[in-house]
Design a binder for this molecule. Sequence first.
Ligand SMILES: Nc1nc2c(ncn2[C@@H]2O[C@H](COP(=O)(O)OP(=O)(O)OP(=O)(O)O)[C@@H](O)[C@H]2O)c(=O)[nH]1
Ligand SMILES: [Mg+2]
Length: 177
Amino acid sequence: MGERPLKLVVSGPVGAGKTTFIQSLSEIPVVETDELATEAIGKERTTVALDFGLLHLDGVPIYLFGTPGQERFDFMWDVLVEGALGLVLLVAGDNPRDYPRARHILEYLTSRHPVPFVVGVTRQDLPRVWTPEDVADYFALPKEQVVGLNATSPTSATLALIRILELVTGEQWQGAF
Ligand SMILES: Nc1nc2c(ncn2[C@@H]2O[C@H](COP(=O)(O)OP(=O)(O)OP(=O)(O)O)[C@@H](O)[C@H]2O)c(=O)[nH]1
Ligand SMILES: [Mg+2]
C-alpha cells in the first residue's frame, strides 16, 4: 500500500453520528462546523457545512469528510464527494424513521459517484436498537456491507472504517491493534 491519501465520505441523516464517528477516528482536532440548530431536530447542535478529520491506518493517510444531515444543506453532497474513493453511510440504530432519508442519500450519492460503500448502524451500545442484520434486510444489502458500531468508541469506529477500506482497496487492513 502506498502513501497516497485516501478520501472517504461519511454521510447519513441528522443525528446518525457522523461528526462523532469522525471525532473518534481523527488524529487531529476535527474541523467541524456545528452550529446551534434552528429547527427542532432532537439535539442542540448540527453540522452546517462539513466535518474534516485525518488519520493514518497502516501508514496510509485517510481523509474523512462528513456531510451535514439537515436537508437544506444537501447541496454540499456533490462538493464533498468529489474525489472520494468510498462512502460510509451512517444510520442510528434507534431511529428507523430516518431510514427512507438514508436510502435517498445513498441512492443520490452512489448514482452520481459509484464508489464502494458500507452502511454503519450506530448506537449498538444501547438496548433495543436495530441490528446490522435488520438494517441489511431493510436496505436489501449483503450482510458484509452493513456493520454495527458505537460511534463514540475509537475501537468500534476503527473496525467499521476497516470494513470500507477493505472494499475500497481489496486488501486486508490491520488497523491500530
Ligand atoms: N451512545 C451512542 N451515542 C452516539 C453514537 N453515535 C452518536 N451518538 C451521539 O448522538 C448525538 C448526535 O451525534 P452527531 O455526531 O452530532 O450526529 P451527526 O450525524 O453529525 O448529526 P448532524 O450533523 O446534525 O447531521 C451525539 O450526542 C453523539 O454523542 C453511538 O454509537 N452511541
Ligand atoms: Mg454532524
